[in-house]
Write a protein that binds this ligand. Structure first.
Ligand code: SF4
Length: 327
């Protein structure tokens, strides 16, 4: 059995839906984040890079309809250059950096209408925080969803509010659940992101090697998986903690306050999470990318093929699959 047969991968879901390969195009949002602009905090989440979690987003759009069309066309050109001429893919413009709903709807309107109306756009996706989905923005999302499917992705990272506060997430876990319900009622798709390998606050105790901060335990991580299963977003993204230069977490890592997560350990945890998800939840990611020039740890995450092969091997050895322990 192949790895992709063991879980409900989004690439299979989209291929089945559209009859062709569908690529996501990471774009700059042109917004900021209330956790960085001083509204909630000016520090940001401890792991957030200067690029606002959108380090691979295409840059330089001016956010007018023409600017967005050009950014999408350029991004499609880059993807298409690597494809065979016979392939006719579709694309999902994905506004990834910072909080893509954190602006008055009147400002966001032009860019998102331009994106969703691009002839090769199958859908539209926005990455954001639940506390920035205002009533005006919700109305805008509903209008957009009448044209093509719209998905809102939110970075939960952990369902443990104490760990989340330690990383300065500045939003309670319950708010994610509430926002999923509001978005669902509005006909908008939802995805939650979770991070594997977050350090815990000092009161959780030292780890076995004596580091001041232990990493989240398997039990804690499974609680996040169970929370996501109960909140019932349409999809989940799982990725490892990236410690990146310039983040607040980088300082603690350099001081040796927490250890690096091992690849085998990560692969096993991904298996644990997948086993606890409902079978029909789309899995958008089981690994992640960080720009190599600012990545401090874990360096193995830069070798995506090795990460996926390790997860595939562990899933086969455990003879496991999505939903095995979901009830
Ligand atoms: S909410 Fe997102 S963009 Fe804002 S600080 Fe946290 S990770 Fe960065």
């Amino acid at each position: 059995m192949q790895l992709s047969d063991r879980y409900n991968s989004i690439s299979n879901v989209l291929r089945e839906k559209y009859g062709t390969k569908v690529y996501k195009l990471a774009l700059e949002s042109g917004t900021t984040c209330p956790n960085r602009d001083g509204t909630l905090s000016s520090l940001g989440c401890s792991f957030c890079s200067a690029g606002g979690s959108g380090d691979f987003a295409s840059k330089g759009a001016d956010f007018s309809a023409e600017g967005i069309n050009k950014a999408i066309t350029d991004a499609i050109g880059k993807v298409s250059a690597k494809l065979k001429n016979t392939e006719k893919p579709l694309f999902i413009p994905y506004f990834q950096s910072y909080s893509a709903t954190y602006a008055p709807a009147v400002l966001l309107r032009e860019r998102y209408f331009a994106a969703i109306n691009h002839p090769l756009a199958a859908e539209l996706a926005l990455a954001t925080r639940p506390d920035t989905v205002s009533e005006d923005v919700l109305e805008l999302l509903k209008e957009l969803a009448e044209i093509k499917p719209v998905t809102v992705e939110m970075g939960l990272q952990t369902a443990d509010d104490t760990v989340a506060e330690f990383h300065n997430r500045k939003c309670l876990t319950e708010k994610y659940k509430e926002t999923i319900e509001i978005l669902k009622d509005a006909g908008i798709g939802t995805v939650l992101h979770m991070i594997v390998g977050l350090p815990c606050p000092p009161e959780y105790g030292r780890d076995r090697d004596g580091h001041e901060l232990m990493l989240e335990s398997r039990e804690n991580i499974l609680k996040t998986a169970e929370f996501i299963s109960s909140a019932r977003p349409d999809g989940i993204k799982i990725h490892m903690l990236h410690v990146m230069e310039g983040t607040r977490l980088a300082g603690s890592y350099k001081k040796g306050l927490f250890r690096e997560q091992a690849l085998e350990e990560y692969a096993d945890t991904v298996c644990d999470i997948i086993e606890h998800l409902p079978k029909d939840m789309a899995v958008h990611r089981i690994t992640g990318d960080a720009p190599k020039k600012i990545l401090l740890s874990p360096m193995w995450s830069g070798d995506k093929k090795r990460v996926l092969n390790t997860i595939a091997r562990r899933m086969a050895e455990r003879d496991t699959y999505q939903g095995k322990y979901y009830c």
